[in-house]
Design a protein around this ligand. Structure first.
Ligand SMILES: *Cc1c(COP(=O)(O)O)cnc(C)c1O
Length: 417
């Protein structure tokens, strides 16, 4: 079950005129779908007072999308100065922004503290003394390492570069407190594209146990726990979507247990990217060549610069051919990079694709355009938004060669040594 039947139905009538008007290639995002996912998430967690999703900006860093997130009451999770600036351009301030950076530089901290600040989510104990002004509210990212957390679901983050280790955690909060912090949160991010919701339940249980331990040891209370992103989406037709209602119910039981012991519970935050926008985007690209050697290759007018996931991770993205349904042959769907992994699909059974056919590659709404790169001088495509009112808007133009050349110094300076 890749993109929704509803999005697909609307594409079946609107894609041809959009292609004719804007030209290919482009990513097209579906506002209606994003809003439905947001509403479903809010509904599932409506029993949690103060629940908040902080949309992970890196998944789809476009102001129009970020406006939609804000209009649903969501915050924005940032990890770079560019993401902070984008968030402020769409009006987010203070605790509407979570700054979850790692290997953070001083200029990044200064940017995070500028213009009304943000929630600082510190990735290491050594950063406590590097924060220019310790804010009142501070959060740490926790890395549980090899600790067992009740069952075997949570893997072994010992090799991950992120977060504060278990034996540093108490000291981290104590030192932040000594520098003036008075309000506290706790964060972790342990899953990625996970369709089994029990990971998130386990994460919640683990964080609440840590909160108990820290609260009792330091005589502080926690305002929130942030269970991170990593909620999965079904990229393959045979996968079932994450059950957010069951997830909310089981997370709720963990909160109830905590509340019955302590008389309060922290707020629940999460910071999903993929889950919010992934299924609500398609990469639309035109077949320009067909090549038959040992295998059949269908060459597209888009390449890895528009979508890295298949080439980089071997990720599956479902593909449809506009107006053709019956499967007729097995082909590789490729871009034009001088890099043999520039393939959107390998040995995929598809209808017979001729030059000029329009393909749409599913689930490109998160970590799609945003991950694109310029290797081989390939520029990134435009982004379009199919709005809830049925209109379409260009929300990012395609890159041009002038953009690509913009950083080149055609007359370099000369430093004499
Ligand atoms: C990438 C990232 C996310 C979002 O991940 P998704 O898989 O898109 O949900 C959330 N939080 C942090 C800290 C991240 O690095």
């Amino acid at each position: 079950m890749p993109i929704s039947k509803d999005f697909e139905r609307r594409l079946s009538t609107s894609l041809r005129p959009i292609v004719d008007h804007y030209g290919t290639p482009f990513h097209l995002y579906d506002e209606k779908g994003v809003r439905e996912t947001g509403a479903a998430l809010k509904e599932a967690f409506s029993g949690f007072e103060g629940f908040r999703e902080y949309f992970a900006v890196k998944a789809l860093p476009n102001p129009e999308i970020m406006h939609i997130m804000r209009s649903m009451g969501f915050g924005l999770d940032c990890s770079s100065i560019a993401e902070l600036q984008l968030s402020r351009k769409v009006g987010a301030r203070g605790e509407e922004i979570m700054f979850t950076s790692n290997n953070t530089s001083r200029v990044e901290f200064e940017a995070a503290e500028a213009e009304g600040g943000s929630i600082l989510n510190l990735d290491d104990i050594s950063l406590i003394d590097k924060v220019p002004r310790m804010p009142e509210l501070i959060c740490f990212r926790y890395n549980p390492g090899g600790r067992r957390t009740g069952n075997d679901i949570i893997g072994n983050p010992i090799e991950a570069k992120y977060g504060v280790s278990h034996n540093q955690l108490l000291d981290a909060y104590r030192r932040a407190q000594a520098r003036g912090a008075r309000r506290f949160g706790l964060h972790t991010m342990l899953a990625s594209n996970e369709l089994d919701y029990s990971y998130m339940v386990e994460t919640t249980r683990m964080l609440l146990e840590v909160v108990e331990w820290l609260s009792e040891s330091l005589d502080i209370t926690f305002e929130f726990i942030n269970i991170g992103g990593g909620l999965g989406i079904p990229y393959r037709p045979d996968q079932t979507p994450l059950d957010i209602h069951a997830m909310a119910q089981e997370i709720g039981a963990e909160f109830d247990r905590f509340r019955s012991r302590y008389g309060y519970a922290p707020r629940l935050y999460m910071e999903s990217g993929r889950f919010m926008t992934g299924p609500h985007g398609v990469l639309v690209t035109r077949a320009i060549n067909r090549k038959v050697i040992y295998r059949t290759y269908v060459g597209m007018d888009a390449c890895m610069s528009a979508l890295m996931r298949p080439g980089m991770y071997g990720a599956y993205h479902h593909i449809d051919v506009l107006g053709k349904e019956a499967v007729q042959e097995t082909v590789d769907v490729v871009g034009s990079l001088c890099e043999n992994n520039d393939k959107f699909a390998i040995q995929r059974a598809l209808p017979k694709i001729e030059a000029e056919d329009i393909l749409y590659i599913h689930d490109t709404g998160a970590h799609g355009h945003a991950m694109g790169f310029n290797y081989n001088g390939k520029v990134r495509p435009k982004e379009l938004l199919l709005r809830s009112d049925g209109t379409v808007g260009l929300i990012r133009r395609e890159e041009t060669l002038d953009d690509y050349f913009a950083t080149l110094e055609f007359e370099p300076d000369r430093m004499v040594l």
